[in-house]
Design a protein. Structure first.
Length: 94
């Protein structure tokens, strides 16, 4: 199974890629959403793991673009974020 990681944070990208590779997955890595889109078109991965907030194209837009690409079977898409949501200044835990 081929997994594309689109993540602009180098440490997060490497940690995730290392874990997936240790599980014997083939991992493709993109530094941002634009590079992720180009790799998606070229490689047609089975799964896309994308950060929500990235330069050029964010994870939500990348997902929309993938879903609009009718020439391919849809891959599974997982959107990750390190965003902390707060209510009245208190971080939500979940």
């Amino acid at each position: 199974m081929r997994i594309l990681i689109a993540e602009d944070d180098a440490v997060s990208r490497l940690v995730l890629a290392t874990k997936l590779q240790s599980m014997k997955y083939t991992v493709l890595m993109a530094n941002d959403g634009r590079e992720g889109w180009e790799m998606y078109l070229a490689e047609q991965p089975d799964v896309v793991i994308t950060d929500w907030m990235m330069p050029f194209i964010d994870g939500l837009e990348l997902t929309r673009m993938i879903r609009a690409d009718h020439r391919a079977i849809y891959p599974y898409v997982i959107i990750l974020t390190a965003l902390v949501v707060t209510v009245l200044g208190v971080p939500l835990k979940g």
